[in-house]
Design a protein around this ligand. Structure first.
Ligand code: GAR
Length: 204
């Protein structure tokens, strides 16, 4: 059975594109991207999805209660038979309602080694703190910000001459790689969760 992925984004959409490329070239087998949903009008990720012939919807979040909004999004995902939800630069916290509807079937990518530097501008936070290594994390989503059991991480060295932009660019390359790996692991069911720990059962 082909697994159906739903992508939620708010902006540029490079992680969406990385997942779409991985589906297209077989690094994520037996899967398709069923829909891309943005909470923001004009998110470049929406145009990128349409250019690839993938259905893309804008469901504006502005002025809506969190759960009211999430019910609209979950309904759209359910209508399209989505099995796995991937947050790809989706800058909103999910309600307990959403998390329960898709428990252990929502993933997020974050540009730091969590639990360090959750929230906005993680790369700037890392530079300002003075860490020598940062990176990125793919994790299952719960109702807390950038929390939930960790599936994959990648380490990126911080250079003395880094700016938030140069560090972000090197981290982004790793994001694109580990997000595709994590999606494959989850879709193939090759993991088990014990407490906060995720064990990968066989490497592909
Ligand atoms: C990515 O760096 C992603 O890790 C980050 O937003 C960027 C979206 O870029 N997400 C978060 O900070 C979530 N807390 P993209 O739209 O090009 O994928």
């Amino acid at each position: 059975m082909v697994k159906r992925i739903g992508i939620l984004l708010s902006g540029r959409g490079s992680n969406f594109e990385a997942l779409a490329d991985a589906v297209a070239d077989g690094r994520i087998p037996n899967a398709e991207i069923a829909v891309v949903i943005s909470n923001r009008e004009g998110a470049p990720g929406i145009e990128k999805a349409r250019a690839r012939g993938i259905e893309a919807l804008v469901i504006p979040s502005k002025g809506k209660e969190r759960e009211t909004y999430d019910r609209e999004v979950v309904a759209a995902l359910r209508e399209r038979g989505v099995d796995l939800v991937c947050l790809a630069g989706f800058m909103r916290l999910l309600s307990p309602y959403f998390v329960n509807e898709y428990r252990t079937r929502i993933l997020n990518i974050h540009p730091s080694l969590l639990p360090a530097f959750p929230g906005l501008e993680a790369q700037r936070q890392a530079l300002e703190y003075g860490v020598k290594y940062s990176g990125c994390t793919v994790h299952f989503v719960d109702e807390h910000l950038d929390a939930g059991p960790i599936i994959r991480q990648a380490v990126v060295e911080v250079r003395d001459d880094d700016t938030p932009e140069t560090l972000a660019a090197r981290i982004l390359r790793e994001e694109h790689r580990i997000y595709a790996e994590a999606v494959r692991i989850v879709l193939e069911g090759r993991y088990r969760i014990e407490g906060r720990r995720v064990f990968i059962t066989q490497e592909g």
